[in-house]
Ligand binder design. Structure first.
Ligand code: CA
Ligand code: CA
Length: 199
C-alpha cells in the first residue's frame, strides 16, 4: 500500500515537472536584447564628447541613462524586450552646452532587429555678444552702421563677422531694423530697445 502511494506521488511529480518544463516557453517569451545607440554631433559637425543622453519610455515611465565616455561622442543604452515594446514612445533628452529633445516610436522591425541607431544633432550654442556685429567685444554705433553698410554696399566691403549677433530681433534675417535697433539701444537704452538675439 505504502509503495503504491509512493509510485502515485512520484508519477504526479513527474507529470507536474513535465508540464512546467514544456509549458514554460509558452507562458513567457525569453527577452531579447535591445540596443539603442548612435553618435551625437553639433549642427556644425563638431563631435559632442561625453554627451548627456537620457531616454524615457513614456509608456512605462522607465528612464534609461546612456553609457558614454569622455573621449567619444558615442552613446548606448542596452536593455531588453522586457523593457521596450513595439509602439512605445521613447523621449530623448540630449544636452551639452545646449539641449535637444524629441520622441521616437519603437517599431516591430526595431524589436525584431534588436534595437536601432539614432544619431543626434545638437544646435551649437551661439558664441559672441548679441549686437557685436564686428566682433570687437563691445556693442557700439559701429555695429549698427556695419549692418546698414552691409545691406547697402554688400558683404565684400562691409562683412557681418557674426550674423547671429547681427540679428538682434531674432526674426531669422539681418535687416535695416536690426541696425536701427542697435543704435536705439545705445541711445535710449535696453528697456525700450532690447537686443534679443536667438538663443
Ligand atoms: Ca562691436
Ligand atoms: Ca533681424
Amino acid at each position: 500500500m505504502k509503495k503504491g502511494r509512493a509510485v502515485v506521488l512520484i508519477t504526479t511529480f513527474v507529470f507536474v515537472l513535465a508540464f512546467i518544463v514544456f509549458s514554460a516557453p509558452a507562458l513567457a517569451e525569453p527577452p531579447t536584447p535591445f540596443l539603442i545607440h548612435g553618435w551625437v554631433n553639433y549642427s556644425n559637425g563638431t563631435a559632442v564628447l561625453n554627451p548627456n543622453v537620457t531616454i524615457t519610455n513614456l509608456n512605462t515611465s522607465e528612464v534609461f541613462t546612456a553609457t558614454t565616455s569622455p573621449d567619444s561622442n558615442y552613446y548606448q543604452v542596452s536593455t531588453t524586450s522586457y523593457n521596450i515594446s513595439a509602439g512605445d514612445v521613447l523621449h530623448f533628452h540630449v544636452s551639452d552646452t545646449n539641449t535637444t529633445e524629441f520622441n521616437h516610436t519603437v517599431t516591430q522591425d526595431e524589436i525584431d532587429n534588436g534595437g536601432f541607431v539614432q544619431n543626434i544633432t545638437i544646435i551649437a550654442a551661439p558664441v559672441g555678444l548679441c549686437g557685436d556685429v564686428d566682433c570687437d567685444g563691445e556693442v557700439t554705433m559701429s555695429d549698427g552702421r556695419q549692418i546698414w553698410m552691409n545691406i547697402i554696399y554688400g558683404a565684400d566691403e562691409y562683412p557681418l563677422n557674426n550674423t547671429w549677433a547681427a540679428d538682434v530681433d531674432c526674426d531669422g534675417e539681418v535687416t535695416m531694423s536690426d541696425g536701427r535697433q542697435i543704435w536705439m539701444n545705445i541711445i535710449y537704452g535696453a528697456d525700450e530697445y532690447p537686443l534679443n538675439c536667438c538663443q
